[in-house]
Design a protein around this ligand. Structure first.
Ligand SMILES: [Fe+2]
Ligand SMILES: [Fe+2]
Length: 377
């Protein structure tokens, strides 16, 4: 028996191969209205990665001489070993290959999100929840196209998925349990993505990358809210035992994602290409962790975890049992006092204003995600 842990009719779920349940006559009469608003809002943020009206991947960028992202966004450069090893053009090439690796990880994550939201359609019984998930699958599909196009324009091809991320994505896509899918993908991976997209948007030196991040965020902000709606309706009703299962799964996913991001083993080939041994880089990371100034800079480069930790905290998924897992990377007390506003929301709102102008010729200068991306009654 698979533990679905849904606690709300809207998330009523069946096994992925139980199609018979989907064509039960009684099922068609039931449709939760909770997702109506976020389904309807999808027209506001429509965009097409193949249409230059929205984004032009042919805009050139001098990748040989200009770093795509600032050095702060490359944790390895905060170590003495890598910092001293790479100078001049080789340093720029390294930064841009790390960016290629990061963007490739995002592309694989987008494919994971596409396959996962499609898989939700097979397990969620409610029609409204299915329509939401199908709609998300369609949006993830345009993200896969958009990141493929961007990577093609800058490097020709993506890098392979690191083993850790590959295993996590595979586990979530194939999991029959809804909580694993929603907590793992909608809350953690989407939360990490919002943090990363916001940082790329603010810090990238490439206007095309910045614009791409903003367009993707106009969709992701809603995906992230779907996870929040699930948590609001489910987490408060969990038994202690169920809560522990969800909390432990979240902590496990978090550690996996963090490991994927900073562990040099995940990008061995990349280091080898620059004459660096990944094990020596690993040792240098550990050394940097004992140096105050370097540690401070490393903390800044892992700041993208802020959004996802905050989501879990606000959803009541992190308690004293697991807070130490996260406390190493962000100041939990500071986070608690920050309230509900999410880092990427303002960027997404600005993106939707742009899309409404392109799509409908609207001249509105404001858009409220807080109003659009909520559960309808
Ligand atoms: Fe996406
Ligand atoms: Fe998404």
């Amino acid at each position: 028996m698979v533990r679905q842990i849904t606690k709300d009719d809207m998330y009523d779920a069946v096994a992925p191969d139980d199609f018979a349940s989907m064509i039960e006559v009684d099922r068609y009469g039931a449709r939760a209205s909770a997702f109506n608003k976020i389904i309807a809002a999808t027209h506001d943020h429509f965009w097409d990665p193949l249409d230059k009206k929205y984004i032009d991947f042919d805009e050139p960028f001098d990748i040989e001489n200009t770093p795509l992202i600032p050095e702060d966004f490359v944790p390895a450069l905060q170590t003495k070993l890598v910092d001293e090893h790479l100078k001049g053009k080789e340093r720029t090439r390294f930064i841009n290959e790390v960016a290629r690796w990061q963007l490739s990880a995002i592309l694989h994550g987008e494919q994971g999100a596409l396959s996962l939201s499609a898989s939700l359609v097979h397990v969620l019984r409610d029609q409204g929840a299915q329509e939401y998930a199908a709609n998300q699958a369609r949006e993830e599909a345009r993200h896969v196209t958009a990141f493929s196009k961007y990577i093609e324009s800058r490097w020709g091809s993506p890098l392979p998925c690191g083993p850790t991320l590959k295993n996590l994505l595979t586990e979530m896509v194939n999991a029959p349990e809804v909580y694993k899918k929603i907590v793992g993908m909608q809350m953690l991976v989407e939360g990490l993505a919002m943090g990363a997209f916001a940082t790329f948007f603010k810090e990238s030196n490439d206007p095309v990358m910045r614009h791409l991040m903003q367009l993707v965020m106009t969709d992701e902000a809603f995906h992230h809210k779907f996870g929040k709606i699930w948590a609001d309706r489910t987490v408060p009703h969990l038994t202690e035992d169920e809560h522990n299962i969800v909390e432990d799964w979240a902590a496990e996913c978090f550690q996996t994602l963090l490991f994927n991001l900073v562990n040099p083993e995940q990008m061995k080939e990349l280091y080898a290409d620059f004459g660096l041994d990944w094990e020596e880089v690993m040792a240098a990371f550990l050394e940097a962790a004992t140096d105050d100034e370097r540690r401070q800079r490393m903390e800044e480069s892992t700041d993208i975890f802020r959004v996802l930790i905050k989501t879990l905290l606000n959803a009541g998924i992190i308690t004293d049992r697991t807070k130490d897992v996260y406390a190493t990377y962000v100041n939990m007390e500071e986070l608690k006092s920050e309230g509900d506003v999410m880092v990427g929301d303002a960027i997404a709102e600005e993106g939707i204003v742009f899309l409404q102008k392109v799509n409908f010729g609207k001249d509105d200068t404001s858009y409220s995600l807080a109003q659009a991306a909520t559960a309808a009654e």
